[in-house]
Design a protein around this ligand. Sequence first.
Ligand SMILES: [Zn+2]
Length: 122
Amino acid sequence: MTARTYTLLGPDRRPYDSATAGELGGYRPGRVYGRLDCPAALRAVARGGYVTNRVFFADEQTAVAAGYRPCAVCLPDEHARWKARRVIEPAPQPQGVDCSCAASDASLRRSTSDTSAYPSEP
Ligand SMILES: [Zn+2]
């Protein structure tokens, strides 16, 4: 049996392989991060078209360093703190997705093999 690797995003927003799964998921177009079991993210995954834009972070510190903001649905406290800090620069709303965290273990597995989910940054 080979060891699984997970593709996580580092503080510089570059993907790297990790032996352990990330604690947080993120939605790249909206630069939002949240819990892996976020209900809004799971809804978005169920609708489809979401998985290829999902990223993962080892922890909150990394997600923040990468310029992502907390999800208002599953991380309300962090979101409130983020809003208090970032009143001047409102974040762009992700199109059609009210949150964007990650999802089930099944899609975590899928993301590890889907390297096309990480084209170069615009
Ligand atoms: Zn969320």
